[in-house]
Design a protein around this ligand. Structure first.
Ligand SMILES: [Zn+2]
Length: 100
């Protein structure tokens, strides 16, 4: 698979593997949504601005999400995913009790 990205040189084609390595190092090896460490087999490329919303194939619009975050986000904007993560955290806080 080859991915076309906008760089200084237009129409520069980049291998998906190079793209993943680049974005992964930008994110410090963590999921861009929740910050958990990636398992290498569990990372998925996601468009930050969905293509359906006018997002393009350029570096700045790529991020790596873990499989579960990516499934929640789908082609929705990041705000949606953040909202879902916050809701999940709130739920966990109210449901976990440390009693005797
Ligand atoms: Zn994640």
């Amino acid at each position: 698979m080859r991915v076309h990205v906008k760089t200084n040189r237009p129409q520069h084609a980049l291998h998906a593997r190079q793209l993943v390595r680049f974005v992964r190092s930008q994110q410090g090896g963590k999921c861009n949504a929740y910050g958990e460490d990636f398992k290498i087999w569990n990372l998925e490329i996601n468009h930050i601005i969905p293509k359906a919303k006018g997002g393009g194939d350029y570096y700045e619009n790529y991020q790596l999400l873990c499989g579960s975050c990516n499934r929640v986000k789908g082609d929705r904007p990041m705000e949606y995913l953040r909202m879902k993560i916050e809701a999940r955290e709130r739920m966990m806080k109210t449901k976990i009790f440390f009693g005797e």
